[in-house]
Design a protein around this ligand. Structure first.
Ligand SMILES: O=C(CO)COP(=O)(O)O
Length: 134
């Protein structure tokens, strides 16, 4: 599965801790990230990550394009609800595309844990089943 990892600055530590804790599951998948998030997670976990531009410079939109192209399966986007983002429209667009294309999206640690454990247990195979139906 293709998984996107994104975190706003004050949530990056959260996502790094999450990636460390669940490294064994994440390493079985193809990982993508916005620039700074990806660089930091790679440094802490040594997981290979395809990195896009930094979020404020278009990285969210690059991941959104993958979703629109049916080329992304799951998104972990730890958003900071207390800090205004200069690229808020891009953030909302990414969340919107997840909803539009039924892409599982976790915006905080609580949901992320359930989503990743669900992935490990095979609870999110619908995209694979959908592919088989084509
Ligand atoms: O701003 C972001 C998501 O909206 C994240 O971008 P960076 O990973 O480059 O900090």
């Amino acid at each position: 599965m293709k998984i996107a990892l994104i975190a706003h600055d004050r949530k990056k530590d959260n996502l790094i801790q999450f990636a460390i804790a669940y490294r064994d599951i994440l390493k079985e998948h193809d990982l993508y990230a916005t620039g700074t998030t990806g660089t930091m997670i790679e440094a802490e976990t040594a997981l290979p990550i395809t990195k896009f531009r930094s979020g404020p410079l278009g990285g969210d939109q690059q991941i959104g394009a993958m979703i629109a192209n049916n080329d992304m399966d799951m998104v972990f986007f730890f958003r900071d609800p207390l800090t205004a983002q200069p690229h808020e429209p891009d953030v909302m667009a990414l969340v919107r595309l997840c909803d539009l294309y039924h892409i599982p999206l976790a915006t905080n640690m609580g949901t992320a844990e359930i989503l990743l454990k669900g992935l490990q247990e095979g609870f999110v195979d619908w995209r694979i089943l959908e592919e088989r139906r084509k």
